[in-house]
Design a protein around this ligand. Sequence first.
Ligand SMILES: Cc1ncc(COP(=O)(O)O)c(C=O)c1O
Length: 416
Amino acid sequence: MATQRGVLELEALAAPQPASRQGRGPQFASRMSAMPVSAIREILKVTEHPEIISFAGGLPAPELFPIAAIAQAHADVFADHGPAALQYSTTEGWRPLREWIARRMQDRGIAASADRVLITSGSQQGIDLAGKVFIERGDAVVVENPCYLAALQAFSGYEASLVSIDSDDEGMRVDQLENALSRSNPKLIYIVSEFANPKGTTLSYERRKKLIELSARYGIPILEDNPYSELRYTGVEMPPLAALDKDGLVIHISTFSKTLSPGMRLGWLTASDQIFQMIVVAKQAADLHTSTIEQHAAARLLESFDYDAHVGRLCEIYGERRQAMLSAMESHFPAETKWTQPDGGMFLWVELPQHLSAEELFKEALPERVAFVPGTSFFAGERRLNFMRLNFSNQKPEMIEEGIRRIASVLKRRLR
Ligand SMILES: Cc1ncc(COP(=O)(O)O)c(C=O)c1O
């Protein structure tokens, strides 16, 4: 069956490729063997069937994309600035958009100026560019365990040696960090400070302060990845690491993917001067600049559209979906399971009894027409089998209730 094959092939794809045979076939760089395949992309291929209730992707709800407003913004740009919007542009990006982003970041306490805002092709490119300018083969990079998979891919592509620090309900165990910093002398600390992917957890204020203090003491830059910060449903807002940074060591990246549309591929990065300039050069070599037309359209949209009201609506709807998932799990999941209680974002993280494998469970769940992402591939170090990631933003509450009930029945069968 095609669906089963997709899952079983994951490990084969992730395995190092054989060395090239003489004169036959493409000879890939050795760095590619260190780059893990995205299990999520593979899983999405088998969960696309409309009958499957999928909690697998990290997808925003498409029915909430402001399609009419985005279409209007494009039409206005074509009418008023067609030639400029279709032309090559500067690497740093379209000035009005950079100004809007700088003001937004200033509102969160980040000392960003438009001159130091780089528009990137999604925040993923910010991760990749940071990797490109800092990591040489074998350099240590600190990551949270578990960690956003595509960041692990990006750093592995630069042949980093990943140093993983455990996490709990308050995010990275910063108390374990000092030891790792003095031992491994990393080039970079990567962290999703709010509503992390995959766990949904947020770094506590005390840990933020400690992390900034350690980064300054050891002179190690922090790559703060903050794609979900606008999507808070409960709890109180906390200053981003970039707002606490006095030493110019935090590189802050974010995105419009989670609030406007991931298809526009618009993200941004801000950093202190020296780091910023270096990353701009790296972006020139990567793609010259981010799509001019999309930057113009976003800037035009943000002039007229009530972005705050739109984000408020997203928070209301995603907040309901989060609550629907938590309540359904409370009602249906067996007592032996535990899960995180995210204050925002799109995911929560389930811990199964130690002897259960989420990959096995995934295979049993598919015939029940429900899907999730087994947690294994989010671990940089020792792969742990008994975790799964659930996305709550992409399904309506009634489907969430039904999907959770289906997962629960598979779980209960396994635990009998
Ligand atoms: C933690 C994290 N960082 C970065 C990204 C990439 O987002 P984009 O490149 O669409 O801005 C994602 C997307 O899921 C994410 O979860």
